[in-house]
Design a protein around this ligand. Structure first.
Ligand SMILES: [Zn+2]
Ligand SMILES: [Zn+2]
Length: 309
């Protein structure tokens, strides 16, 4: 019987945050301090993504690997009432010279910006799509119309903690998937340092677990291949397809949900108060994608990559 392994219990996964600011732009701490904070919290790598400045420093420091990148601003100039609004993309592995500051008036022009970014970088991530679409007046349909970026932040900790307060971009992601578009989903901190009264919840909010060796090429290749998952806490231990059945093994959670484009999702709940660690799903003829979300007692969540059928 055909077997496809998406998350393999026999493999090691590296923990990383792809979205980090330092005092090279508007972050509070220098790179060295940011590395210390993430090292102490058992991360294997971080993406340094300062605003409109590609990180050119060392890419290793002791145990912590840096994935060099930048967060590119595309300024929205379509409505004078939205002065200062923008869409942000994190970009990794520079292929060409840095591009000039970008602007757009509508989704068609934003699409041109994405195409330009893809000429210049290996990986392009659509950051905090909820925050950007509210702020820069991108409708759901506008977001659905965009193509060619590689990754989308289903979870951005700063957006949840300090901007829209919405805990994930799931609804938006489903609109994109229902339009038969393919996406890879990431979670990140958008670390800038503490919020006004934050003690320690300004980092470690969202991260990815990647099946890779601890070097930049291996990590970028694994991300490109979708060989990772996104989480705010719970772990996906194993996830595979055997014939037409999907099987997932997780850390203890309250809820395992299999989503697809078809109504009647499979929502497995722990009824008796005992946590659950396993779920299975029979792929239906009408499913053209399936993805899985797990939620623990604290409401923390992990998402698989969507499986395209
Ligand atoms: Zn941003
Ligand atoms: Zn950012």
């Amino acid at each position: 019987m055909q077997e496809q392994v998406f998350i393999d219990k026999a493999k090691q996964y590296l923990k990383g945050n792809l979205h980090t600011h330092t005092n090279l732009s508007d972050g509070k701490y220098p790179v060295s301090e940011v590395l210390k904070i993430y090292s102490e919290n058992k991360y294997d790598f971080i993406g340094i993504t300062d605003h409109d400045l590609f990180y050119e420093g060392e890419n290793t420091s002791g145990e912590m690997l840096i994935i060099a990148g930048q967060e590119v601003t595309c300024d929205y100039i379509g409505d004078p009432e939205c002065k200062g609004a923008y869409v942000h993309f994190s970009c990794f592995q520079k292929k060409a010279v840095p591009i000039a500051p970008m602007t757009y008036k509508n989704a068609e022009e934003l699409q041109k910006c994405i195409e330009e970014l893809k000429k210049n970088y290996r990986l392009v991530q659509f950051n905090h799509p909820l925050f950007s679409s509210m702020f820069a007046k991108l409708s759901e349909n506008d977001v659905v119309s965009l193509n060619d970026y590689d990754l989308l932040e289903i979870y951005n900790h700063k957006d949840f903690r300090n901007e829209t307060g919405i805990s994930s971009a799931e609804v938006l992601v489903r609109c994109v998937l229902n339009a038969r578009k393919k996406l890879l989903l990431t979670a990140g901190d958008d670390f800038h340092g503490p919020y006004k009264k934050a003690k320690n919840d300004y980092f470690g909010g969202g991260y990815i677990m990647v099946n890779a060796e601890k070097n930049e090429e291996s990590i970028l290749a694994a991300i490109e291949n979708g060989d990772f998952y996104s989480t705010t806490g719970p772990r996906i231990i194993d996830y595979r397809r055997i014939g037409n059945r999907l099987e997932i093994t997780t850390s203890p959670v309250k809820n395992i949900i299999f989503y697809s484009n078809v109504r009647r999702c499979k929502n497995i709940l722990s009824d008796d108060g005992e946590d659950i660690t396993f779920g299975e799903y029979e792929i239906r003829d009408a499913d053209y994608y399936v993805w899985v979300k797990i939620v623990d007692t604290d409401g923390k969540t992990a998402w698989t990559q969507p499986l395209y059928l």
